[in-house]
Write a protein that binds this ligand. Structure first.
Ligand SMILES: Cc1cc2nc3c(=O)[nH]c(=O)nc-3n(C[C@H](O)[C@H](O)[C@H](O)COP(=O)(O)O)c2cc1C
Length: 219
């Protein structure tokens, strides 16, 4: 039984968030199961925020023409078994690009709110998920940023995992008083270790959900 885990770096750069996401995906592959991974980077992508134009209620899809559809596709077509999002911390929360990426999901949910709309959320009820965040400071807002990711996951029915060896809600990375694109690699004991734990947790939970789902079919 193979499971697929998608890792998304929402930084506008190929940098620390990407390093953490790739580390988590590598760890996910280390569990005792066949794990297929896909990495997505939002670096260089043009993703606008939702404008509340409400066109999607009629069309069934978002009419904004940019890179959102292409970047979001790995989360819905097909729905993966696990998702890990790694975001940079800007002003103690998610950066605007992460926010825009998540906001646009509203175009997929309108059947929940409007009787004339036909689109309901993809079935993420059996998809494990976790958030990671990296900031310049040790306590620079990683907790807040990861909470925001977790809220999006929970709102959309993902099965959220968290909790690491440092008792944190997800994986927090910091730049160890440097500001290089790879400084987080020096945060071995907390950031990189947490990324590894989160990767394994998402993969194990994804596997359990898959196995449980198969078992339920035979009951
Ligand atoms: C606009 C802006 C705001 C930032 N705000 C914070 C912050 O509030 N807390 C923090 O710890 N780091 C902050 N940083 C630092 C980034 O989190 C840090 O550079 C991080 O490495 C970015 O992730 P990346 O390397 O994957 O791009 C900020 C950086 C920018 C550009």
């Amino acid at each position: 039984m193979a499971i697929k885990i998608v890792g998304i770096s929402t930084s506008p750069r190929h940098a620390n968030s990407e390093i953490m996401v790739k580390a988590a995906l590598e760890a996910a592959k280390g569990i005792n199961a066949e794990v297929i991974t896909e990495f997505v980077s939002l670096a260089g992508k043009n993703i606008k925020g939702c404008t509340n134009c409400r066109a999607c209620i009629k069309t069934g899809y978002c009419i904004i023409k940019d890179d959102w559809e292409e970047c979001f596709k790995p989360l819905r077509d097909p729905v993966p078994n696990g998702v890990i999002i790694g975001a940079p911390v800007y002003f103690f929360n998610l950066n605007s690009q992460t926010r825009a990426f998540l906001e646009r999901t509203t175009s997929l949910l309108k059947g929940n709110f409007f009787s004339e709309a036909k689109q309901f959320p993809p079935d993420w009820t059996k998809t494990a998920a976790a958030g990671m965040a990296v900031g310049f400071d040790r306590n620079g807002g990683q907790e807040h940023a990861i909470s925001s990711l977790d809220h999006w996951f929970l709102t959309n029915n993902f099965v959220v995992v968290g909790g690491t060896h440092v008792g944190y809600i997800g994986a927090p990375g910091w730049l160890m008083e440097e500001s290089n694109k790879d400084s987080v690699e020096k945060d071995v004991k907390v950031g990189m270790k947490s990324a590894q734990i989160i990767g394994e947790k998402v993969a194990r939970t994804a596997l359990m959900l898959q196995l449980g789902n198969e078992a339920l079919k035979n009951m």
